[in-house]
Design a protein around this ligand. Structure first.
Ligand code: ATP
Length: 885
């Protein structure tokens, strides 16, 4: 299933509503409606509850007070505490502080860490500095702290064994002079288990592992780095020769030569060379690059394209991510974190702070014909989730819900229906009230009452679900008068989001039970988003793009954004995840879709060439170094990022080139899944001429916001329901393979938050645009003059005539719904292209092209170079032998 969801915990019984006459229910996951207890008992309970509540609220207020302290200040507080500890420990261990406090410190610290207590102040200071300088890299900080602690334990164990394994029973002094309590606890049992020398070997290896954890590098990387240093030392061009060469960790190999082009210029040249390499060309020097530069450029391009999910995912589910290179020059310049409070207080200032740009990372040298070190991707730091604000806590019930329960109960009583409201589950926008029927009562009795229910609860948007999936109960969904906004930050911070580290998983929102809903765009694999103006479609597109920015690096996900309205997506201009500037011209958008088809074909060729079925398998093999270039090829094999194509207003595209757009969408959607290419098509006008049968058949996942009519709901979901939604992000989500849609409240992200995420991304890297995206095919340029604006109609006419093998003008008139003059003109054009023979009076013309030659003939009409009617030239193109423009 494409989506996962987390159900909220069952409400406490003390929160249950108690309308008279309602039947008690203990159903899990909903607020039950209970019978009234006797008055005396109620009074006693009230007194008890009152005092408990007073005590509870006092404790909670302290807790809330602490929670209200901004996270950044809390982290600073922790850093300051560490500095104080470091000073105190240093005072005793270094300067022999002799007071009782000194004695106590020594007893605790040396008692725990043994002789390592001497070094502890330095370790504490390093962690404190790291906390203050890179607070947003929580998972990296956790990793370093954990690694340091492990290292201390292992070294203590070694010291403990080396000092003859003193036991606390013989006196603490000996333990303090050796490895402390930690050393005793680790060293003694291990030594008695496997003998002392073997125990030391084990501890040394574990200490080595701890060092790797602290450094955030794998054994192979460390070995490579050591080999590199050794090589440099051997060749006498040592690491510290300063002026021309700087050696860093393997992923940051920087080699500056006097007179070498600027890194950015080299990169764009690299991109061109890289593109050629993809198409099997040799990295020569047509751009004036010498062999050195060409190799370097290839390595850079490969680095840019590389992905390594395994390497950037922290075992704790967070992302130690790309921030893990402690020696990176970029790590020292990490961005100032934007906390929600900061965002609220001074958005403009913060935007200024983030205005500064970081140079893209350095170039690595990979000798020609050798596979590069693939896992060393660009040190791109993902934005901290602190950039996104926290929403108000979710309410499980409110007074409004109790009023609705009472109203529903009274409607049932008034109309004499033997049914009871047994509970409800409150979501952010609507609450689903559950009604159980008495035996022998027809479900229709309730559905017939929908208007009376709407009247009683004073809401026109009552939706009845019969039954609630998986339950013998009827659900009545009624909008909350006190609805809640679902903050994207809350969705992305929820356990369901942190457990799922897929870069294409996005925060959809919250379901009717208040559970967070995430969905993986890669599994959809294509999504249609529709809804009337103002229903929340654009807000969804924004939270989707922001989700990607928060969770994926440009090496993992690249995007093509199509925004014919020119307003919705401009904010994302310049983010490094873009593969081409935001496309606003619908004609260019149609070309971009053709480019996507081409890219897909190319990826397919690659998969076929190396024998993989899915891009994920291919990428995994590339990262494992298992994909080797063919013998004699100089090509550097790289991983492919997912390609996410977002069209924010399909209608605008369908108006310009309906057949081309439809055709491209069809080809992309049929094949793109395995190639890691995914489409999101959004439209305000979900009518059959925009969301055609072909598009619907190929885009299996749907997200419907409120539609203006039942017909529109049917177009999007193939069922009614969306016309009853209440707007502002209220949606029905129907992922591929599901039969019933899930009602969700879409997540909301403010412009300030988007800006913060965008600025962060822009600071990390520059976009590297592919200049061929909007030139692919250049169809319109080559279209013959006599066809002019009639190309789409001509293509339709040619297709009709060729597939039916009937050269009849009146058929064109009838099927394409056009006048006689236009149909006649099209037929004449077909004659000039030798698709049909000359006019034979009232008889139909001969058709000179067979259905087998349809594709090549349409290519000729489109003006695609190299194609001739009925020839094989276009077929070659179909096989993926496109020449890069
Ligand atoms: N998820 C949401 N949570 C809270 N409010 C929302 C949400 N989505 C939309 N809204 C509210 O509804 C308004 C309109 O939303 P939005 O602009 O996304 O609609 P739209 O369907 O994209 O309209 P259009 O197609 O005209 O751009 C927003 O300004 C916002 O106030």
């Amino acid at each position: 299933m494409a989506q996962t969801r987390q159900t909220r915990p069952a409400p406490r019984s003390s929160q249950a509503a108690r309308p008279s006459g309602a039947r008690a229910s203990g159903a899990r996951g909903k607020a039950p409606v209970k019978k009234q207890p006797p008055a005396v008992l109620r009074g006693a309970r009230a007194v008890g509850r009152g005092s408990a509540a007073a005590l509870g609220s006092a404790v909670r207020s302290i807790g809330h007070g602490a929670r209200d302290v901004p996270p950044a200040v809390r982290r600073d507080g922790l850093a300051i505490v560490l500095v104080i500890l470091a000073i105190l420990i240093a005072a005793r261990e270094w300067f022999e502080l002799s007071s009782w406090a000194g004695t106590a410190i020594h007893a605790v610290v040396a008692g725990t860490f043994g002789v390592l207590a001497y070094g502890l102040p330095i370790v504490l200071l390093v962690i404190a500095v790291r906390l203050m300088r890179a607070p947003q890299e929580e998972s990296t900080n956790h990793r370093i702290t954990l690694g340091a602690l492990m290292l201390a334990i292992m070294v203590d164990g070694i010291i403990h064994i080396a000092k003859g394994q003193p036991s606390p029973v013989e006196g603490w002094e000996g333990v303090r002079e050796a490895g402390g309590l930690l050393g005793f606890l680790v060293g003694t049992p291990l030594a008695s288990l496997v003998t002392a020398p073997l125990a030391v070997v084990v501890l040394v290896l574990l200490a080595l592992l701890s060092v790797l954890i602290v450094a955030g590098v794998s054994m192979r990387e460390a070995a490579e780095w050591v080999a590199e240093v050794a090589r440099k030392v051997r060749h006498g061009d040592g690491v510290e020769t300063g002026e021309t060469e700087v050696l860093d960790l393997p992923e940051h190999r920087t080699l500056e030569r006097p007179g070498a082009p600027e890194p950015r210029a080299r990169k764009s040249r690299a991109r061109r060379l890289f593109d050629r390499a993809i198409h099997g060309e040799q990295p020569g020097d047509p751009d004036g690059l010498d062999a050195y530069e060409a190799d370097e450029a290839f390595a850079t391009a490969a680095t840019v394209e590389r992905t390594d999910f395994d390497d950037i995912i922290d075992p704790d589910g967070g992302r130690a991510a790309q921030a893990t290179a402690p020696l990176s020059p970029y790590a020292a310049e990490e961005p100032v974190p934007l906390t929600p409070d900061a965002l609220a207080d001074a958005p403009t200032q913060l935007i200024e702070v983030t205005g500064e740009r970081h140079a893209p990372p350095t170039t690595s040298i990979v000798p020609a014909g050798e596979q590069g070190t693939l896992e060393n991707s660009t040190p791109y730091v993902l934005p901290s989730l602190d950039y996104l604000v926290k929403g108000a806590p979710h309410k499980e019930r409110s007074a409004a819900n109790d009023r609705v329960v009472a109203a529903l109960t009274s409607v049932l009583e008034q109309f004499g229906v033997d049914a009871e409201v047994t509970g409800f589950t409150r979501g952010p926008t609507v609450t689903r009230y559950e009604v159980e029927l008495g035996s022998g009562v027809k479900v229709e009795k309730i559905t017939q009452l929908s208007k009376n229910i709407a009247y009683a609860v004073a809401s026109a948007d009552v939706r009845i679900l019969s039954p609630i999936p998986g339950k013998s109960a009827i659900g009545i969904e009624i909008p909350n008068v006190d609805r809640e906004t679902v903050a994207l930050g809350d969705v992305l911070r929820s356990p369901v989001a942190t457990r799922n580290d897929h870069p294409m998983a996005i925060g959809i929102g919250k379901d009717v039970e208040g559970g967070y809903v995430m969905a993986n765009l890669a599994k959809m694999p294509h999504l249609l988003v529709a809804g009337a103006t103002g229903a929340g479609k654009s807000s969804f597109v924004n939270s989707m793009i922001t989700s990607v920015l928060m969770r994926a690096t440009p090496a993992e996900v690249r995007m093509v954004l199509v925004d014919p309205k020119r307003v919705e997506l401009t904010i994302y201009e310049g983010i490094p995840h873009l593969i081409t500037p935001i496309i606003t011209d619908p004609k260019k958008a149609a070309q971009a879709l053709e480019w996507v088809v081409k890219e897909m074909d190319m990826r397919y060729d690659d998969l076929a060439l190396f024998g993989y079925k899915h891009i994920d398998d291919f990428n995994k093999a590339v990262r494992a170094g298992k994909v080797k270039p063919l013998p004699g090829s100089e090509r550097k094999i790289h991983t492919y990022p997912y390609l996410l194509v977002i069209v924010d207003e399909l209608a605008d595209l369908m108006m310009v080139a309906p057949r081309d757009v439809e055709e491209s969408i069809q080809r992309i959607t049929q094949l793109a899944r395995a190639a890691g290419i995914h489409l999101v098509l959004a439209t305000q006008r979900p009518s059959v001429d925009i969301v055609t049968g072909t598009i619907k058949a190929n885009v299996p996942s749907r997200l419907a916001f409120a539609t203006s009519s039942l017909a529109d709901s049917r177009v999007v979901l193939d069922m009614p329901g969306a016309e009853k939604l209440i707007g502002q992000g209220d949606a029905l989500f129907l992922p591929m393979g599901e039969s019933k849609p899930m009602r969700v409240q879409g997540s909301w992200v403010s412009e300030t938050e988007i800006h913060a995420a965008v600025e962060h991304a822009k600071r990390q890297a520059d976009p590297e645009y592919r200049d061929d995206v909007v030139q692919a095919g250049s169809t319109s340029a080559a279209v013959a003059e006599d066809i002019g604006d009639d190309l789409d109609d001509l293509l339709a006419a040619a297709e009709l005539v060729i597939t039916t093998q009937l050269g009849s003008t009146s058929m064109l008139q009838r099927k394409l719904k056009m006048g006689f003059a236009k149909a006649g003109r099209l037929m004449d054009l077909l004659e000039t292209r030798e698709i049909v023979g000359p006019s034979q009076g009232s008889k139909a013309r001969d058709v000179l092209v067979t259905p087998d030659e349809l594709a090549s003939t349409l290519a000729v009409l489109r003006g695609e170079s190299g194609a001739t009617v009925g020839s094989t030239a276009y077929d070659d193109a179909e096989d993926g032998e496109w020449v890069d423009s």
